[in-house]
Structures are given as structure tokens and as C-alpha cells.
Design a binder for this molecule. Sequence first.
Ligand code: ADP
Ligand code: ZN
Length: 612
Amino acid sequence: MPASARATEILNRTFGYPAFRGLQSAVIAHIEAGNDALVLMPTGGGKSLCYQVPALVRGGLGVVVSPLIALMQDQVDALLELGIAAAFLNSSQSFDEANATEQRVRAGEIKLLYVAPERVMTERFLSLLESLEARDLLALFAIDEAHCVSQWGHDFRADYLQLAVLAERFPNVPRVALTATADALTRTEMRARLHLGEAREFVSSFDRPNIQYTILERVDEKKQLKKFLTDHRDEAGIVYCLSRKKVDATAAWLNEAGVSALAYHAGMSAEDRRENQSRFLREEGIVMVATIAFGMGIDKPDVRFVVHLDLPKSIESYYQETGRAGRDGDASQAWMLYGLSDVVQQARFIEDSDANEDFKRAARVKLDTLLGLCETSVCRRARLLSYFGESHAAMQCGNCDNCIEPPQQWDATEPSRMALSAIYRTGQRFGAAYIIDVLRGASTENIRTRGHANLPVYGIGKSLSDRTWRNVLRQLITQGWVQVDVQAYGALTLTETSRPVLRGEVPVMLRPERAEEAAPKAAPKARRTTEAPANLNASQTRLLETLKAWRLETARAHRLPAYVILHDRVLVEIAQHRPDSLSALNAVSGIGQAKIDRYGSAILACVRSVDA
Ligand code: ADP
Ligand code: ZN
């Protein structure tokens, strides 16, 4: 059943969008009818409309429970910009402010109220809600980031467990729980802990078609990153690093290289972090260099790229972190570098941790799965989605490095035998760098004093570069033919499965190194979830620049992030179509009535000021 005509009218008039996307219409119809729902959609999937529209249709107050206190102001500002009476209640407010908001809620003036979970559970708030319900003024409850009820996840919030009370006190008010976390365990927990036993589940694909995946071998990190950023000048993005030290160092050299980079990690003062986050959200084209402390709740829609300079912990982390790019549906990049040292370092982290053996085993499997994604020669998206239980066996997404430029596997049987032999003959006591020195016949003091220059393997791999050898060793490790002995400082050792390889009975096909180019050579297909962007001609580009300058000025004057005024995509559409009247402007997707009233004439003035 599709959403009601009234819902569609709100979508068109208030939000300015021509049509619902994906499951939105079905979810909204279901909630409009007073039912409960569980909604699982990827980041950027359009979850907000799933509760905002039915709240407006049903009338009265929609209560949105969210743990993201820092974002409530922006979310409310965005709704106010759409002409929707919205407000929030959380601990960042003074007593008086909160009181004033409660007054307005009681008077039935507010349509959408964002509330922190601990606030919802106070008797004071619950009785306020009861007084609304008695007057038929309680539209629905939306429980956002609902995976926070999961005690197994890292976003667990004890307060979320209390939310089951809503089911008991308000059995007749529809509840919708939403999350972008995909796994089955979390889903079951959400249903049980939020008492959503009967709720219908709406699960959309977790594919993010507008994100282009690229995973490259690390050769010269600085050079590679610089090249990548040159191709993405003036775009906002996140660069993830493993350590605080590396965050600081990277932000520093990027600034020297003329990139507007800011740092973010848990070692900085709360104030500095807040300041940098706010600049990232409000200014354009800032690159945030961060540890994963910069995470949940980065709700900026126009993050154009997420770079990983170090391996994340698991495929889930990779998916979540890269998912912060492109919420607006426009073409975005997930770009990662990795190398032999990551493999060794991550293995060491696992072994050195205080965790029990079960946990370590699970961590090793997770690492292996992620390495599988790094080393795969088939479509990365297919690999990623299959991890979330979506089967796309024959998928060739056309928007990942492997699809754009399929890696030609090379026969590395001989070099692999040489490497295994060198590891074996030196006693399985040395790390990768030493093994490569032996293979390439380096005349180091160590090699000479240990007598390894006399081994038959000494120098047999001269014809291959250091880089190729690192590539071979890394893949031998990720294929399980070589192990890293973490106790012995990263010494490489053979495994049970390496014997047939050593004897030449198993052919070894490996991925070639590909790192000179920061991105695949073929022109990346800019894919969007909505219509494709046409290239702008000169006058359209000038108009776009004028519009952006106007937006920046307006955003500053209103103390709002620029995208809250209008999204990039809307500006592009205006630049292309040059609307010459308010009604023509109204036809642009993303411009609702409130924007017309507020900015319509200013936008038309911009259009008139630039010649076609
Ligand atoms: P989520 O909460 O699932 O991450 P959002 O609700 O923030 O996603 O929506 C992501 C983006 O998609 C927002 O910019 C939103 O305005 C836009 N969007 C959502 N639904 C539609 C639609 N039906 N048509 C056009 N744009 C939409
Ligand atoms: Zn692909």
C-alpha cells in the first residue's frame, strides 16, 4: 500500500521532493495506519522522512528519541527552515529553555520534538505525553539509532533499554524504530528490548550505489594522498588514521600542502573537538583528519570522500566509516590504502590485547574477512554486500576499482616458492624486510654475519623490485600460506598449507600491485541515486558560483550550515534550468513552500544577475 495522498502532498509542498524513494512510501503508509515498524536502511537511505511525514499527517506531536544530542540543534534548524514547528529537549539546555519548550509542547504548538532518551523516561515528561494523548495530540514515537539498545554493539546506551516503557504506557501510539545497522542479531535485540514483537520489518538493500570503492596498495602514503586530494579539491571529506599521533602529523602536512585540514581525536580537549567538528559541518571543503573517535552522528550530507590511511578493524567498521560519505546521494569516494605493515600490525594488536582466546579468534576472523575484501579481484561492492547477507553473485557494479579496471592476475608461482623457501631456509625467524633483503641479494651486515649470503636462495629474486616482493609476501599472508608470528616480533613462518605451494604443486595467482594512480585510470562513473548530473557549461558554472556565494552569505547570517539552506544538488539544478518565476522554482526538486517564501526572490535575483 502506498502512502496517502496527504503524505505525498506534504512531501511535495513542505519538503519539495517529487516522489518517495525506495521503501519510504510503504513505511509511511504502515505508520499512518497506526502500526509499529522496524526500519533498516543504510545511511543516507532517507530514514527521517519515514517518521517526519507520518507525524505531520497524523497531526499532534511526533516524539523523536535520539542519542545524538550534538546534532539536535542542526536537525531542528533544518526542520524550521522547512517551515515545520520543531524543537528539542536535552541536557544542553538551561532549565528555562527546557521549560519554555515544554510549555509549547503542552500547548500543542510543536510538531516534531527531538528528545534524549534519559529525558523521555522522566515521570515529568511521560505525564506531559499522557496529557497530550488524552487530547489526541500524540502522533507517534520514532526511536532513531535504535541499535543503541544492543548490548553487543559499541553504541550501547543503557537508557535505550528503558524505552520499552513507551509500549506499556502508550499502547495505542505507533512506534517506529530506525537504524542503519544491518546485522541479524541487532535486529532481534531491537525487537525484543523495545517490545516491538509484532512490528513489521522494512529492510532495504544496504548498497550505497553512489559510493565508489577503491583499495590501493600503500607505496608512498603522502604522495598518494596528495594526488587523491588534488582530484578532490574543495570537497569536504574525512581522512581516518589509526593513531592520534598520525592524525596530528597528517593534518599538519596537509595544511602545509595547502589543504584546509583539521584534526579530531580523543586526546584533544572537548572544546577543540567541538570547534573543529563545528567548522567541518559549517564551512565548505574542510578535510577532517581523525581517529574513529570522530564517528556516529556525523550527519553532514555532502561529505564527498572518506579516506582510510590505516585498515579499520573489520568489514562492519569499514562499511560504517565509508558510509559517512555521500548521504546526499551524490557521487562520493571511499578510498583506502593498505600494505604489508597493516597486516602485521593488526595481527599484533589482536595478539597483544588482553582479550580472551575466543575474542581473539573472532578478531582474527574479522581481520581475515577484511583482508579478503582488500585482496579480492572481483567487484568490491559484491564482496561487501555479501558480508551483510545480500547475495549479488554476478554483480559488476561498475563503480569500484576492480570493476572499472579489472586487475590482471599474474602467475606468481615461482616467486612464491622462492619466498617460502627463503623463509624456511633462514629458520622462520625473520620479518618481511629481512626476507626480502635475502631474496634480492642485499649485502647487509646482518646477512653476512648470519651466513645467509651463502644460501641458495640468496639473490634469486633480484629481478623483482622490493615493492613487488612486499606485495607477494602480503598476499601469501592473506592467503594463509605464510603466518606472522607476533610473539617473535613479526617473524614470518610457514603454515601447514604452504608445503604444496613450496613444492610447486599449487599455482599461485596474485593481484598485481596498483598504486601509481591514486584512482583507477578509467574515468570513474559518477553515479547518483537520483538523476545524473550533467556537466555545466561556462555560464551555468558562473551561476552556480553566484548561488553558492549567496548561500554562504545567507548561511552565515542565519548561523546555519550551508546545506540546511539548500543542498548542492538543488543549486546545480537551478543553475541548469534557470527558473524565471517562483512557480518554475517550485518545480526544482528539494525546494518546498517554505524555501520559496524565504529565499525565492533572492534566488531569482541570482539567476537574473548572470547572463545565460
Ligand atoms: P538517513 O537518516 O537514512 O541517513 P536522511 O533521512 O538523512 O537519511 O536522508 C538522506 C538524504 O536524502 C537527505 O538529504 C534527504 O533530504 C534526502 N532524501 C530523503 N528522501 C528523499 C526523497 N524521497 N527524495 C529526495 N531526497 C530525499
Ligand atoms: Zn564493482
